[in-house]
Design a protein around this ligand. Structure first.
Ligand code: GDP
Ligand code: GDP
Length: 455
């Protein structure tokens, strides 16, 4: 049976949170940002948790170098679908975005083109930023081109690293520079207060309306918590005697200052908030349905092993009959099939409809993250699972699972000892996850399964 190891008031619930730093690649189009991104992510280092269905359009991924893990973002890719901007406007916005949200900025130029006017303008913006900048010159495919680097000193950002994204030259030096710059970034060991909840979603879906409704509820006591990170402001509330921290609410509240329609602002902001959260509330506009951008954010939530609920907002605007909610939920399940465990709640932030269920749901999901199944329960599950469906064969043998137990919580992590972990396929892993969820639902939380070979 499930043993609840979780208690919001215990010391366990007060771990310091170390946020994963964000490193942004910035530069005008065609300097080779996406090539470099793929090179840095694709080679060796990447800890890419490939969640099927979330891979298209990926412009950020985790990279590990010298024991340091950071999230690398190709801001060019993020800006790519922006309509009707001049290139100058695009790159300037991109630079501003990176300054606001990233911890370290890698500024990329092109040795073949030399220093252009657009490069100058970006450099001007970056020079004013109080963030570490790593200048890089790309397309240095051979030694001769390396001689042309001095021209880039004129940008006033320090000594540039010459790299060739195409040929994979000198990228290790670039990573060294990035990691060195990261050491200047405070690790922000925050002390968590209770349940950390992030409200994320595209612009205009109703995040700030929802937030205001939540804060306006009768039982909610609000206190601001300034400065947990540089420019983020969290809001701490007490609800039903429990502490909840709403993450980076300033980003939502001050949205008025940010131009409307620039989805990319919200994406990067969302990534940051998700990284610090236990539970993520993904807000979706009922009139739009689940868009590609929504699925993109959802994919990141899954990759980060965060608990999640999907809030379908503006439900008041939907013409309904007896089947509408069911059909809509099917649509959500289809578009977000990589997180079938996420509860879906239909709300209207404007009318206050079902908003009173949001915080109880978030707290419920938090508890689900900390559920710990006893060893006997997992053994039993495993025996039954193997009896119902034999493990796959491969390499001339059959996968044998000797033992399994829950090795951790938040996210619930199950460790299995096997004969050859190469035989474990996604399919069987998913099968095991489903069997685990038959024993205990773990609502809203992804499960992590690890397999190691028996020595
Ligand atoms: P982005 O617009 O900044 O993301 O640039 P891309 O990554 O799409 O690259 C633009 C062009 O430059 C493509 O044709 C790439 O093949 C090319 N390119 C990228 N990196 C290098 C490099 O290191 N050397 C050379 N010669 N070409 C490169
Ligand atoms: P944000 O950009 O995600 O913070 O979205 P806002 O909270 O600013 O809402 C965007 C627009 O949608 C505003 O005009 C809101 O009044 C409206 N809105 C938000 N929630 C609802 C809702 O539940 N129903 C209706 N009809 N409109 C809503």
């Amino acid at each position: 049976m499930a043993a609840f190891a979780w208690d919001v008031h215990s010391e366990e619930g007060k771990d310091a949170v170390v946020r994963k730093p964000l490193v942004a690649l910035v530069g005008r189009p065609n300097v080779g940002k996406s090539t470099l991104f793929n090179r840095l992510v694709g080679e060796r280092l990447a800890i890419v948790h490939e969640t099927p269905g979330t891979t298209r359009d990926r412009h950020y991924a985790d990279v590990e170098w010298q024991g340091r893990v950071f999230t690398l973002i190709d801001t060019g890719g993020l800006m790519g679908d922006l309509p009707l901007d001049t290139i100058t406007e695009q790159v300037q916005k991109q630079a501003q975005l990176a300054i606001e949200e990233a911890d370290v900025i890698v500024f990329i130029t092109d040795v073949l083109k030399g220093v252009t006017g657009a490069d100058q303008r970006i450099a001007n913006i970056l020079r004013r930023a109080e963030k570490p900048i790593v200048p890089a010159v790309n397309k240095v495919d051979n030694l001769e081109r390396g001689l042309d680097l001095y021209e880039f000193y004129a940008l006033g950002l320090g000594e540039p690293v010459g790299v060739s994204a195409l040929r994979g030259l000198n990228t290790g030096d670039l990573l060294d520079e990035i990691v060195a710059a990261l050491s200047e970034v405070p690790l922000e060991g925050e002390v968590s207060t209770g349940v950390r909840v992030a409200v994320v979603g595209r612009t205009n879906v109703g995040k700030s309306s929802l937030l205001n409704q939540l804060l306006g509820q009768e039982r909610v006591i609000v206190s601001e918590m300034p400065g947990t990170t540089r420019d983020a402001v969290d809001t701490s509330i007490t609800y039903a005697g429990e502490e909840v921290t709403l993450i980076d609410t300033a980003g939502i509240r001050r949205r008025g200052r940010v131009e409307r329609g620039i989805e990319q602002y919200s994406v990067l902001r969302a990534l940051r908030a998700i990284g610090r959260a236990d539970v993520v509330l993904l807000v979706i506009d009922a009139l739009d349905g689940v868009t590609a951008q929504d699925a993109h954010i959802a994919g990141y939530i899954v990759d980060e092993f965060k608990s999640v609920a999907v809030l379908i907002n503006k439900w008041d605007l939907v013409e309904k009959d007896a089947h509408t909610a069911t059909l809509f939920e099917e649509h959500v399940r289809y578009r977000l099939k990589f997180m079938p465990y996420a509860p879906v709640l239909f709300v209207s932030a404007l009318m206050g409809q079902r908003v009173d269920r949001v915080l109880p749901l978030a707290m419920h999901l938090y508890r689900e993250r900390y559920v710990h199944l006893e060893d006997a329960e997992v053994s039993d599950m495993l025996q039954e699972a193997i009896a119902r469906r034999s493990p796959p064969r491969g390499r001339g043998k059959r996968l044998v699972i000797y033992e399994g137990h829950q090795a951790g919580v938040a996210p619930p992590t199950f460790a299995f000892t096997v004969n050859d972990k190469r035989l474990v396929h996604f399919d069987y892993e998913r099968y095991l996850k489903n069997r685990i969820r038959e024993r205990y639902l773990f609502e809203g939380t992804p499960l992590r399964l690890t397999f190691s070979n028996r020595r």
